[in-house]
Ligand binder design. Structure first.
Ligand SMILES: O=C(O)CCC(=O)C(=O)O
Length: 339
């Protein structure tokens, strides 16, 4: 197995917007230690673990805070049994407040040299341990095809310590200079992996609670496999200069989590709700051509009985706007499952 070098640590540049910008332009990523207080991250981890435990995701014989997975519960986005538990995790109010923490907003404002917009939509991930039967390791991909709009930047943070073997994220430093690369159907998060040789050089590292990885939307990245017994919990949020267009799909809650009213219904406090509502936003439609190409490939693979199409077919069933595509995907899923 190839051992990737550690991230270049940019913590020392934290207060220097122009230097952060130069480094982000050069490498396509920034790694910053202790961006958020560990205690804030661990508090959210505790909240999500309590919910995961209540819904059977954790080993009943281990302490909740250890986050040890119940192997029988292993599941992944967008399966129904994942979504049933995940919804409740994603809606967590303290989790939502992390991406608009004043330290985060100030950092992106320094990087952009103008007010930063945190996308209302963000992702929370729960990666069960890799086994012979189960694997949901994120493959090599770029975010632009999913996020659209103008150039945006991801903030990836594990909810708790995340050594490499727990499925830390890796980025291909310098891979952001070649634009959008050709994709193929993938089985990890996002469902669209890079199909061509990846430019740049892979780097990764061990994260402590509060450490942050920031990367551009065409920087190729992937996760390392989760070889521990724990569920790897993390979140990733997107940021962009406020003056730039944002795709409509970033304005709604995570697919399958209802409306913002549904999300906020269970919150105890209102701070952080609708933080974007008075901002002068330029909302544009998402360029769906990348999804259309992925779906055409997935249909063709599924027709041939290729099980690697299964996750993309599931995504079409759960998330596509076209009834006709959803119906075709349902039939193909039945066939794949019967095979
Ligand atoms: O956490 C993961 O496994 C994937 C994260 C990712 O792909 C992203 O933040 O864009």
């Amino acid at each position: 197995m190839q051992i990737y070098p550690d991230f270049l640590d940019s913590t020392g540049l934290l207060d220097d917007g122009p230097a952060l910008r130069v480094r982000l332009d050069r490498d396509g990523y920034l790694f910053i230690c202790g961006l958020l207080p560990a205690r804030a991250i661990l508090a959210v981890r505790q909240r999500l673990l309590a919910k995961a435990e209540a819904d059977g995701w954790l080993d009943p014989d281990s302490p909740v805070q250890a986050g040890i997975a119940n192997p029988a519960a292993a599941c992944k986005d967008p399966e129904d049994r994942y979504m049933r538990v995940f919804r409740n995790l994603w809606m967590d109010e303290e989790l939502h407040r992390l991406r608009i923490h004043p330290v985060v907003t100030a950092l992106f404002t320094r990087i952009f040299d103008e007010p930063a917009l945190a996308h209302p939509m963000f992702v929370q991930r729960n990666i069960f341990p890799q086994t012979g039967r189960f694997d949901f390791t994120t493959g090599s991909h770029q975010d632009r095809v999913h996020i659209g709009g103008a150039t945006s930047y991801a903030l990836w943070m594990p909810l708790g310590d995340c050594p490499r073997e727990k499925g830390a994220l890796a980025v291909a430093a310098g891979s952001h200079t070649q634009g959008i690369l050709e994709t193929k159907v993938g089985s990890g998060a996002g469902g669209m992996d890079i199909a061509v040789p990846i430019p740049g050089s892979w780097v990764t590292g061990a994260f402590r609670a509060g450490d942050a990885l920031i990367f551009q939307d065409v920087t190729v990245h992937k996760a390392l496999p989760n070889r521990t017994r724990e569920i790897r919990m993390s979140f990733d949020a997107r940021f962009q200069p406020l003056s730039q267009p944002i795709a409509d799909t970033n304005m709604v809650p995570y697919a399958g989590c209802g409306t913002w009213e549904d999300v906020y219904a269970g919150w105890e406090r209102t701070d952080g709700q609708y933080f974007w509502k008075d901002l002068p936003l330029d909302i544009v439609p998402l360029d769906r051509s990348h999804y259309e190409r992925r779906d055409a490939m997935a249909f063709e693979m599924a027709e041939r009985g290729d099980q690697d199409a299964r996750d993309a077919i599931l995504r079409i069933i759960q998330r596509d706007r076209s009834e006709e595509k959803r119906a075709r995907a349902e039939k193909l899923l039945e066939r794949l499952d019967a095979a």
